[in-house]
Design a protein around this ligand. Structure first.
Ligand code: ZN
Length: 394
């Protein structure tokens, strides 16, 4: 069992820190309606003999049942591991211990973002490959070699890095269109941050990506394509998923939310939107109520406000159209609850990622940016209404 944490900077950012360009991605990305039924076939590519399948109790009677059937058809043995809902150290340790004696050569994580991240941690500890089968397009977790761990109360704890990206990411769009529209929309919130954060890291001559190196042109191009795809197809894809219908828009947006956003944030880099989103988890009552991508949406607006970006109005209006939160009230916070805002700012300020911004980021600047974005969001809600937000949140 591997117990030593892996640090990609010790490999990639040496010996000349920040000057080399490094690009990471999953080894295989497969997306389409019904592809989950072929997962045994895909796993034959790595000659898998025994697979540990991580899914929730609900998942084992739904998507994961199809996975198990496909593994059986391909003659691959499996052990089942039931996920209890939080990507915490305790949960990861429990499954690692349970699966050790089976000696799996791959962990298949079938579920949402936290389950996916837990699957990567378990595979690293068991020194085997990991395959990701996301059942939601709500986050940028599936493709990266990074997991975010939370406390049992859902407060962001630590980030773990791994030497390998997933061997497979298998996205069955038939599964995605049968999930709630709100998950796809949250994924759009998460993915919309990608380009704006990657752009900061690219423009700043000392900016770096998640492994401490310069971003490649490929990562920038992928991030920019991600934002373009969401602006163009986001609203129609959400409408299709509301009616549980697949379409070209859905396929494009699922790829943007999962592949483009995943590669974009890891290889392109993060700036303010994600640190701020993770800081909102300090307000524990928000954790049960809001998804990661919804908090990232709020972080993106604050980052654009901080940059005085001309895209602030465009993105705010797009979030209104699609039903993402655009002001503190829609995140169940109040601009005058200074104690809560201070808690968020304190957590964000401690995160070294915010220093990727080209200028010095002070506590006061974060506060002014949150307020500026909140004011604009509130005036846009008055002007354009909050129909989409209410549909997803009532
Ligand atoms: Zn994210």
């Amino acid at each position: 069992m591997i117990t030593k944490p892996f640090s990609p900077r010790d490999i990639f950012a040496q010996p000349v820190v920040n000057s080399s360009r490094v690009f990471l991605s999953p080894q295989r990305y497969i997306q389409g309606p019904g592809v989950i039924k072929n997962c045994g076939l895909y796993l034959s590519l790595i000659n898998a003999k025994h697979v540990g399948v991580l899914a929730s109790k609900r998942g084992f009677s739904a998507e994961a049942a199809n996975v198990l059937q496909s593994l059986s058809e391909a003659g691959i043995e499996y052990s089942k591991a039931e996920f209890r809902g939080e990507c915490s150290k305790e949960e990861i340790e429990r499954h690692t211990n349970d699966l050790t004696s089976a000696k799996p050569d791959c962990i298949l994580a079938v579920g949402g973002g936290k389950l996916v991240d837990a699957g990567k941690c378990i595979a690293y500890r068991l020194n085997c490959q990991v395959g990701i089968i996301p059942t939601l397009a709500s986050n940028d977790a599936p493709c990266s070699s990074i997991s975010v761990l939370y406390t049992v109360d859902g407060v962001k704890d630590v980030v773990e890095y791994f030497p390998q990206n997933p061997a497979f990411v298998i996205v069955d769009t038939e599964v995605i269109v049968n999930a709630s529209e709100r998950y796809l929309v949250a994924g759009i919130g998460d993915a919309m941050a990608t380009w704006y954060e990657a752009r900061v890291c690219e423009d700043n001559p000392v900016g770096s990506n998640l492994v401490g190196c310069r971003p490649t042109l490929a990562a920038s191009a992928i991030s920019e394509k991600c934002a373009q795809t969401l602006f163009e197809y986001g609203v129609s894809a959400a409408e299709n998923v509301r009616n549980n219908q697949n379409s070209d828009s859905v396929e494009r947006v699922v790829e943007a939310n999962t592949l483009l956003s995943g590669i974009g944030f890891e290889s392109g880099g993060l700036a303010l939107a994600h640190p701020l989103a993770n800081s909102y988890t300090e307000i524990t009552r928000l954790n049960k109520k809001y998804l990661h991508g919804e908090m990232v949406a709020m972080g993106t607006l604050a980052q654009l406000a901080m940059e005085n970006s001309e895209d602030l109005e465009k993105v705010t209006k797009f979030f209104i159209d699609i039903g993402l939160p655009v002001n503190l009230e829609q995140l169940s916070m109040h601009p005058l609850e200074q104690f809560e805002i201070d808690k968020v700012i304190d957590a964000a300020f401690k995160n070294p990622l915010i220093q990727r911004m080209k200028f010095e980021v002070t506590r006061d600047l974060i506060l002014q940016s949150i307020k500026k974005a909140d004011d604009l969001g509130t005036s846009f809600v008055k002007q354009y209404g909050d129909e989409a937000y209410k549909r997803l949140h009532d």
